[in-house]
Design a protein around this ligand. Structure first.
Ligand SMILES: NC(=O)c1ccc[n+]([C@@H]2O[C@H](COP(=O)([O-])OP(=O)(O)OC[C@H]3O[C@@H](n4cnc5c(N)ncnc54)[C@H](OP(=O)(O)O)[C@@H]3O)[C@@H](O)[C@H]2O)c1
Length: 117
């Protein structure tokens, strides 16, 4: 990967663990990285860290996008925002999103059920 060829990456689950490591690597390579996850505070913190890792002279802009992968609306919003901004060269999906059917999420092929209060 060359820092002379700016690239764009979306790392879902980029605020922690494996995704964070990949987001950091991509930033060191001059990529503009959008990290996505649920926690705004973690997201804002990692954006600052990515800025510090970006090579001097690189035109890279990092940002955070809040998403909950169990919420179809937020998944669709991130997808449309990503397309509207010209798409990405690298898409990393590293979020922890496991559901056990029958579940309550809006993405699972199983019939959504209501959680008892
Ligand atoms: N670590 C390993 O050794 C290992 C081995 C094999 C496979 N994996 C798989 O690799 C993936 C990442 O593992 P990891 O260890 O890096 O996990 P991690 O450190 O817990 O990171 C998970 C990331 O996913 C985000 N996330 C969690 N739930 C989310 C949701 N509902 N919607 C959007 N983002 C969500 C978290 O941010 P927020 O909390 O802010 O949302 C965080 O950024 C997992 O699917 C895991 O099962 C890991």
């Amino acid at each position: 990967m060359s820092t002379k060829n700016p690239c764009k990456a979306l790392v879902v689950g980029g605020t922690s663990g494996i995704g964070r490591g990949l987001a950091e690597y991509l930033a060191t390579q001059g990529c503009s990285v959008c990290v996505a996850g649920r926690s705004v505070s973690r997201g804002e913190q990692i954006v600052k860290e990515l800025e510090a890792l970006t090579p001097v002279g690189t035109v890279a802009v990092h940002r955070f996008s809040q998403i909950d992968c169990f919420d179809l609306g937020s998944v669709k919003k991130l997808a449309s925002d990503t397309i509207a901004s010209g798409g990405v060269d690298y898409l990393v999906l590293s979020q922890v999103s496991v559901c056990v059917c029958p579940c309550v999420c809006s993405l699972c092929p199983c019939a959504p059920v209501s959680m008892p209060l």
